[in-house]
Design a protein around this ligand. Structure first.
Ligand code: CTP
Ligand code: CA
Length: 234
């Protein structure tokens, strides 16, 4: 039987969420990865589904259960994530890039396991891994969309303050650089965010100096604040 029509503020909307962290293979048993758990992206997908959206969750290496009513597309690498997101974005109203995408990947993949070499002349020799840039998926989505500014595009940025500026300065510069509609900035540092259930974020909107602060709150509450901000744009 057909399911009843969706209800809620996102009813009739198609949304794409990327979640987790990409892995870039070095050889059949090794990869370069990151510490993203995927929890924030899964919470975003779950909240959107509860608000009535048709949700595609492009999930990179997250050991999490699919939220109810969400279509999951599993991926491993940044290049796989890029094609899955681009495909799903074609008829989407909103794309949220919550995944941690590796900026670089090994330039060469070794088909056989890399061995410790046993050169008697240099018994402690270690290889150097050459890296190449991965595409900036978010910037590519912004570039590819038409004059009608659809889909709404949301980026995430984990930032720390440093000698060049505080977390919000870095966030504003990144929002301008990426050209997306919203940038959700979360503060990271020792013991903050990775794998934890609570999160503090600042939601920045393109062309506005207004900042929405959310948290410390559960990742579900942060997700609700993000969709509230998206709904104001839709
Ligand atoms: N992102 C992406 N493709 C990449 C890298 C990042 O789509 N190759 C997206 C992330 O999913 C996130 C946003 O861009 O939504 C910001 O990611 P971040 O790593 O903070 O931005 P970078 O431009 O890579 O800057 P940084 O030098 O701070 O890593
Ligand atoms: Ca990056």
């Amino acid at each position: 039987a057909a399911s009843p029509p969706a209800r809620g503020p996102l009813a009739g909307r198609r949304v794409v969420v990327s979640a987790g962290g990409t892995r870039e293979p070095l050889d059949p048993v090794r990869y370069l990865g990151n510490r993203s758990s995927g929890k924030q992206g899964y919470a975003l997908a779950a909240v959107a589904a509860r608000r009535g959206a048709e949700v595609t969750l492009v999930s990179a290496n997250a050991a999490l259960t699919a939220p109810a009513g969400v279509t999951v597309v599993p991926v491993t690498t940044a290049l796989e994530l890029e094609s899955a997101v681009q495909r799903a974005a074609e008829d989407a109203d909103v794309v949220v890039m919550a995944a941690a995408v590796a900026d670089f990947r090994p330039a060469h993949y070794a088909d056989a396991k890399i061995k410790k070499t046993h050169d008697p002349a240099d018994p402690d020799a270690a290889p150097t891994i050459e890296l190449v840039r991965n595409p900036d998926i978010l910037a590519g989505l912004v570039e590819a969309r038409g004059e009608d500014a659809s889909p709404v595009i949301v980026g995430f940025a984990a930032e720390t303050g440093d000698e060049h500026g505080d977390v919000l300065n870095h966030g504003r510069a990144k929002l301008a650089r990426k050209g997306c509609d919203l940038l959700v900035v979360n503060e990271v540092g020792v013991d903050k965010t990775f794998g934890h259930d609570d999160n503090t974020v600042h939601i920045l909107r393109q062309g506005s100096s207004h900042v929405v602060d959310a948290g410390p709150a559960s990742k579900e509450d942060v997700a609700a604040a993000v969709w509230d901000a998206v709904q104001q744009i839709l």
